[in-house]
Design a protein around this ligand. Structure first.
Ligand SMILES: [Zn+2]
Length: 428
């Protein structure tokens, strides 16, 4: 075995010495390395552009037990930035190859891959981890993980979050030359759903601009894609994976651009605009992953105060960063203490569900197929568990939950995320 004496020298400068920028309660000691190597379990969600960077940074920062989950396989177009992968890996699981590569290069680290969708793992799986890092590219996946992390949060009778139930999450995201890193401590800092406005809906170009006053190559491409194709191709559905379709749009967009004296329509840009692809930049991933990993180290060891709570990075014109302290939405359905609902302890679960459907707390939203759980027990679920949970509908609510103040978690296709209901028993 290689002599690795001194490999943690730089980390020890942070962890084994006192300092005046350390976090509250930080205790400098040599044992931090041991703790990071053997006790802390972190989960990295995603093994793509950000995920590869995160895994490398975590392993080199002393984290010794890392799990990684990703359902994707390696594509040749990933190789310019997803540096853990080689040509011979094309077609294989990103999670598996990334785990192997990191273990080959960083001695003593264990990376456990999970080649599946995040939805395939149950709540117990996620509960195992002290910390979850997100290297994802979709809002849906982030919201799903957010719901999971927030579902562990418990509140005391005064509605104050129980700090021991906080599942910290660190999220990185990049879009071309821009990126962000944020720290989510459910109950303390805003969760995803508190700040959904940070993710505005995709703004498309106004149709009148496309038709009347195109000013950019993208305008010409979108015009052909959205207006000219349906007009000239009759009922034929546009298929962005069909090369002849893409070529047609490209050629027509080129003609239109020439008419208006616009430069810059290329086949690659046509594919990008039509498929709404934003180019991924390796260095943006590196910057954001480094910020996320540093926050992970700070959270676990308290070697410095953590980021509070959202850092944006803009690399378009020079380099600009700004850290904003966003605030929680106290009405948030995902990380809030839950809407109170009065019920009789002798009411059946079915009656509770019926009351819930009428509840003004829903603010006019309608529950369609509510699934109800409390803590880790499923009280009534739609889908595969329907049959086994159906008998609960006739049981009294007080026999199914811990007691007054119990939190019900309600999932329904009519809600954006799970809703927490705090049961208040009244005698009838
Ligand atoms: Zn929230």
């Amino acid at each position: 075995m290689e002599d690795l004496d001194g490999r943690w020298r730089d980390l020890n400068r942070l962890l084994a010495r006192p300092g005046n920028i350390v976090g509250p309660g930080f205790e400098p000691q040599d044992e931090w390395i041991e703790f990071l190597q053997h006790q802390v379990r972190v989960l990295c969600v995603g093994a793509g552009g950000l995920g590869c960077e995160l895994l490398k940074d975590l392993a080199l920062s002393g984290f010794g037990n890392i799990d990684v989950i990703d359902l994707d396989t390696i594509d040749v177009s990933n190789l310019n930035r997803q540096f853990l992968f080689r040509m011979k890996d094309v077609g294989k699981s990103k999670a598996k190859v990334a785990a192997e590569r990191v273990m080959e290069r960083v001695q003593g680290v264990t990376v456990t891959p999970h080649f599946c969708r995040i939805e395939e793992k149950d709540r117990d799986f996620y509960e195992e981890f002290h910390l979850i890092l997100l290297g994802l590219d979709s809002l849906e996946a982030r919201r799903y993980m957010n719901q999971i992390a927030c579902s562990f949060l418990e509140f005391d009778e005064d509605g104050k979050p129980d700090l021991s139930t906080i599942k910290p999450m660190i999220d990185g995201g990049t879009e071309g030359l821009k990126g962000h890193a944020r720290v989510i401590l459910p109950g303390i800092t805003p969760c995803f759903d508190c700040t959904l406005w940070l993710f505005p809906p995709q703004t498309k170009f106004p149709l009148c601009t496309l038709a009347e006053t195109p000013r950019s190559p993208a305008h010409c491409i979108e015009y052909v894609h959205l207006i000219q194709w349906p007009q000239e191709k009759g009922g034929e559905e546009f298929d962005s994976d069909d090369d002849t379709h893409m070529q047609w749009v490209y050629q027509q967009a080129l003609k239109r651009a020439q008419q208006y004296g616009i430069q810059g329509v290329t086949l690659q840009l046509t594919q990008g605009v039509v498929k709404n692809i934003i180019p991924a930049i390796a260095s943006t991933n590196a910057v954001v992953a480094a910020a996320c990993t540093l926050e992970a180290l700070k959270l676990v060891t308290l070697c410095s105060t953590g980021m509070n709570n959202y850092m944006m990075y803009v690399g378009t014109d020079g380099i600009y960063t700004h850290t904003a302290q966003y605030e929680r939405d106290t009405q948030c359905l995902v990380c809030g203490a839950g809407v109170p609902m009065q019920v009789s302890p002798t009411a059946t679960l079915q009656e509770v569900i019926d009351t819930l459907k009428e509840s003004p707390a829903l603010g006019g939203r309608h529950l369609r197929r509510p699934s109800i759980s409390s803590g880790s027990s499923n009280l009534y679920m739609h889908g595969p568990l329907e049959e086994s949970t159906r008998p609960n509908l006739r049981k009294t609510i007080s026999s199914l939950v811990d007691g007054d103040g119990s939190i019900l978690q309600v999932n329904d296709p009519g809600l954006a995320g799970p809703m927490r209901v705090s049961l208040q028993f009244r005698q009838s």
